[in-house]
Design a protein around this ligand. Structure first.
Ligand code: AMP
Length: 115
């Protein structure tokens, strides 16, 4: 599984297009959502292309995504105050970008209408 040339999150995760990165390792990148719904709204994505959580994501990649969520929470100072992780998959969830991404939301009281 590699990069898709026409995928915006492939380009950001692999620095073809630069973004506002919060965390990065060999497997994943985390960068700020361009339309933030909360003071912290960061997207954690794998560098390889998977459409969503149902696209055969290897265990190593899943672990790297969750590790990155923890790193983002620490970097943003929201580990203690709390945060929410959302992954939209498919049409009923309203997934707009078809490259697997975890939304990390925090920095304010999150009501039910967040992501
Ligand atoms: P979803 O509905 O889960 O697919 O969410 C896609 C998210 O990606 C939305 O919150 C968008 O604001 C965000 N987004 C789309 N394009 C970009 C981009 N180029 N850089 C940062 N965030 C983006």
């Amino acid at each position: 599984m590699a990069m898709h040339d026409d995928c915006i999150f492939c380009k950001i995760a692999n620095h073809v297009i630069e973004s506002d990165y919060i965390y990065e390792d060999n497997v994943v990148a985390a960068f700020r959502d361009m339309s933030p719904l909360a003071p912290t709204h960061v997207l954690v994505v794998p560098k390889d292309h998977y459409a969503d959580l149902a696209d055969g994501v290897p265990a190593e990649t899943a672990a790297a995504l969750l590790h990155a969520v923890d790193e983002v929470a620490k970097a943003e100072g929201i580990t203690e105050s709390g945060f929410r992780v959302v992954a939209n998959a498919g049409g009923d969830a309203g997934q707009a970008v078809h490259h697997l991404h975890l939304h990390v939301l925090g920095g304010c009281r999150l009501t039910d209408d967040f992501a």
